[in-house]
Each structure stands twice: as structure tokens, then as C-alpha cells.
Design a protein. Structure first.
Length: 263
């Protein structure tokens, strides 16, 4: 795997954990409600071509839980501060699940530092009539099983999460996720009204077997974001960057490379 740093930094008065590795154009990856966890093989692959930056959101894992954290919009605004703090420009931003929701909210507000947007099994909108698993109503083990198509991988993740040193972070992540997305469940009714403001090249990466936000959600985002492209990965659940890491990285590399050529 590519070398990376893992450190605590202070942004706008909030200490957060940040993993970072690689060289090239900045690629900011925003994690989902389960937390950031480890430096994934897909991140290591992407770090061969990009400066991959993976922060742990305020309220999650080792990062501070600031008193101002009430909504997803707060995190979107925080990451605008984050981009300013590092003076990042031409940023390719990718967000998974709850992180995709944050990324979309950020792009609606101010995309001046962004070069592209990638949403991965993203929360943020609601599509009527599409059956979904509600992870808030599941046990922790069932919640993990519902994330994956490959149930052997799910059992391995469950086993790793049962280590005592991970228990506090798991509880913290679940508590913050519930605070941010309990009601309305995992979406902002107002977001879909403003997604047309996103004029960035946009890629939507979905697992064909995503039970939390099925591929119909990718179709809905494509209709709402001008020019958005969809890639659906077979035999893949809610976390393409974990379950189909190489295919996910290849899709993202191809998309960003095509946009560079077009530019």
C-alpha cells in the first residue's frame, strides 16, 4: 500500500483525524455513517495518482464532537472551512453514503474549489416507493450484513468490530449518525430542489445490490444533477470502495482522467 500519514489537526477550532497519502490533484474522500476506519486498499491505489485526503468527520471516531454540530449542513460548511484551511484547489471530492450527502450539500453551496464530484451510494434525497433497509432499526451485526453483497466479507467486518478498542468509536459514530439523519430519515427534503446548481462533472457510483439506497437512487440523482454519469457495480452492496475496491478506483480514475482530457 502507498504510504500515508495519520494525524490529528485543528480546523476552525475543531480537532479531527486526517489520513493523507499520495501525490497529484487533491482527492477528498468523505466517509459514511460507520466512520472512516482504516486506509483502504482502494485509497492506496488512488494515492498512486492523487493526493488522497481522508478526514474523520467532527463527531466521529477520534475527532472532536463540537457544540455547533447539529446538521449535515454544518458538516458541509465545516468542509468549506477545511478546503480554505489547506488552500486546496481543483479538488475531486468523493463521498460515500452520509459522506455523499455532505459532499452534495457542499457542492450546492460553493463549488469554487472543486473540480469534480463523486457520490457513492449517497444519502441526501428520498425516492418514494423504493424499498430500503433501515439500519437504525437493526442490530449492529445485521446492520453490517446489510451493507455487503459478500456475506463472508460482512462476517469478517463483524469480527473486527468486536474488538474492545473499537467499541467506543462504534457507539460514537452511531450516536452522531442518528443525530444528523434520524428525522427526516437520511435525507433533507430541501436538497433535491437545489441539486441543479451543481455544474461540476459528477459521477454516481452504486452497488447493484445496495439495500440501503438501491440503484433507483442513482437514477434519481442523475435526473437532478445536470450531466451526471452513473456506474453500477455488480455483486456489490452499499460500500463499493470496500467490497469492489479495484472496480471503484478504476471507475473514478477513468472518470477523472476523461474530465482532464475534455478540459
Amino acid at each position: 500500500m502507498a504510504d500515508h500519514t495519520d494525524e490529528m489537526i485543528n480546523v476552525a477550532g475543531c480537532r479531527i483525524r486526517v489520513m493523507r497519502g499520495g501525490n497529484g490533484a487533491p482527492l477528498l474522500f468523505l466517509h459514511g455513517g460507520g466512520g472512516v476506519g482504516i486506509w483502504l486498499p482502494s485509497m492506496a491505489r488512488l494515492a498512486k495518482r492523487f493526493d488522497v485526503i481522508v478526514p474523520e468527520h467532527p463527531g466521529f471516531g477520534a475527532s472532536d464532537t463540537p457544540p455547533w454540530l447539529d446538521t449535515i449542513a454544518d458538516l458541509a460548511n465545516f468542509y468549506l472551512e477545511f478546503l480554505d484551511h489547506f488552500d486546496l484547489r481543483g479538488v475531486h471530492i468523493a463521498g460515500s453514503s452520509l459522506g455523499g450527502w455532505i459532499a452534495a450539500e457542499l457542492a450546492v453551496r460553493n463549488a469554487s474549489r472543486l473540480a469534480s464530484l463523486t457520490l457513492i451510494g449517497s444519502a441526501g434525497i428520498h425516492v418514494d416507493g423504493v424499498p430500503q433497509v433501515d439500519t437504525f432499526l437493526s442490530t449492529e451485526q445485521q446492520r453490517i450484513r446489510d451493507l455487503f453483497f459478500d456475506q463472508d466479507l460482512a462476517e469478517a467486518v463483524i469480527a473486527s468490530g468486536e474488538r474492545p478498542e473499537t467499541q467506543d468509536a462504534t457507539l460514537k459514530n452511531s450516536t452522531t449518525s442518528a443525530k444528523l439523519s434520524w428525522q427526516p430519515r437520511a435525507h433533507d427534503p430541501n436538497l433535491r430542489k437545489w441539486l441543479h446548481r451543481i455544474r461540476l462533472p459528477t459521477l454516481l457510483v452504486w452497488g447493484a445490490e445496495d439495500r440501503l439506497f438501491p440503484p433507483a437512487y442513482a437514477d434519481a440523482f442523475r435526473e437532478l444533477i445536470p450531466g451526471a454519469k452513473v456506474v453500477v457495480l455488480p455483486q456489490c452492496g452499499h460500500l463499493p470502495q470496500v467490497e469492489q475496491g479495484d472496480a471503484f478506483a478504476e471507475a473514478l480514475e477513468s472518470f477523472i482522467g476523461a474530465k482532464r482530457i475534455a478540459a
